[in-house]
Ligand binder design. Structure first.
Ligand code: ADP
Length: 388
């Protein structure tokens, strides 16, 4: 289709936005509004098509994601007047058991997305605020929802269930998996690069502030480390990752409220909780504190553990792919992870790894190892173009 497409990505306290024109896959303008909902000032950053800053700075308090969208529209309009938004693509965290593909949003779909809020109470409301605001601002535009969970709907039922009474599965208590927009992009990029490898057994390590692994066979999700919520699996920036549910029962029995528990598990755990220093990998790698070193070691070990588990589920491994902030940029983490997977026949080429090259495996590696920068926005953009 021709015309401008707006892509929205609503995080818990941020809104990322970008505008694409015609067939272009580089945004004409993109930006971020941060500290949404904070009592003090929010912040806006805007970049042009070359990634150069257009404007940046503090703005007044921004109450919610709807208000943030209005600020974003105003700021983009200042630099690029005369935009006509023909379609809007929304990143939506949760599509529940049924949404296995992008969907055009009408009142009925919006109501279905609202009904899924209990499954992602910290995130879904922000996506919905963005949807409501965009539908009001651009009533004639096609609005497409793209889900973080949808890519995993190909998982076999066995990998979707927990070993609790069956009725809970029907009531929606099951493994959904997340980071699906990223995995979808990587699966496509691998198919383009090497169709034969893409048809094999692949594990993608999406290592950002949030982190998970996805086992793919023939480009489709077979299993993933995140489950019912985005807390499970790998240790993350501030999230705990895999934990014995008995710990949660113990803390609740000792008088912790569910709100306190949620805050601890989502915001105070992971790298931050273990190190007491930071949730940011760069800071931890530079820190001399032994607690920071231990947090990094825990992170690496959780990845190796996850790769071992998923390799068993795939019946072997043909390729390991690193992506997202840590996976794309940290030679050190990749090196440590691959050292922990030596037993699996993973061998790194140190020089290629140092430069974050595309292929970083050594010639004698039994497993291909790649670094592929993810583009979740492109998964959404392509879905919008396909639908509009
Ligand atoms: P999000 O999940 O918020 O999208 P990102 O994918 O941007 O997060 O990843 C953020 C993480 O990537 C942070 O922990 C940051 O420290 C880490 N990171 C970015 N660049 C590097 C680098 N050069 N070395 C190590 N870690 C890095």
């Amino acid at each position: 289709m021709n015309g401008e497409i707006l892509i929205l990505n609503a995080g818990s306290s941020s809104l990322k936005f970008s505008i694409y024109i015609d067939g272009d896959e580089t945004p004409e303008v993109s930006g971020l509004i941060d500290r949404i909902g904070a009592a003090d000032r929010a912040e806006i950053k805007l970049k042009d098509a070359q990634g150069q800053p257009l404007s940046t700075g503090e703005i007044g308090a921004v109450a919610d994601h709807g208000a943030a969208l209005m600020v974003a529209i105003g700021a983009m309009g200042q630099h690029y007047p005369g935009h006509t938004i023909k379609a809007v693509g929304h990143r939506v965290v949760h599509g529940g058991p049924d949404f296995a593909a992008p969907v055009a949003i009408d009142d009925d779909v919006q109501a279905q997305l609202e009904a899924l809020t209990p499954l992602a109470p910290l995130h879904q409301p922000h996506c919905l605020a963005g949807i409501r605001a965009a539908r009001a601002a651009f009533p004639d535009a096609v609005q497409i929802a793209c889900f973080d969970t949808a890519f995993h709907r190909t998982m076999p039922r066995l990998n979707e269930t927990y070993a609790i009474p069956r009725e809970y599965f029907d009531a929606g208590v099951r493994r959904y998996g997340f980071h699906g927009l990223s995995y979808d992009y990587i699966a496509g990029a691998l198919r383009e690069h090497d169709p034969k490898l893409a048809s094999g057994r692949v594990i993608v390590a999406h290592l950002g502030n949030g982190a998970s692994l996805c086992a793919m066979q023939d480009g489709k999700s077979v299993a993933t480390t995140m489950g019912f919520s985005a807390l499970d699996g790998l240790a993350m920036g501030t999230r705990c990752g895999q934990i014995d549910p008995g710990v949660l029962l113990y803390l609740l029995d000792r008088g912790m409220s569910s709100a306190e528990l949620s805050d601890m598990l989502y915001r105070k755990s992971g790298l931050l909780g273990l190190s007491g220093v930071s949730s940011d990998m760069r800071t931890l790698l530079a820190s001399p504190a032994p607690e920071a070193t231990e947090a990094v070691a825990y992170f690496v070990q959780s990845i190796c553990r996850g790769v071992a588990e998923l390799t068993a589920m795939l019946g072997g491994l043909d390729a390991l792919i690193f992506t997202a902030g840590i996976g794309e940029n940290s030679y050190e983490i990749r090196e440590n992870v691959c050292a922990g997977l030596h037993w699996l026949g993973v061998r790194l080429n140190a020089r290629a790894n140092d430069y974050s090259a595309f292929g970083i495996a050594d010639q004698d590696s039994r497993v291909e190892v790649l670094v592929i920068p993810t583009r979740e926005d492109l998964t959404i953009l392509r879905a919008v173009r396909a639908a509009a």
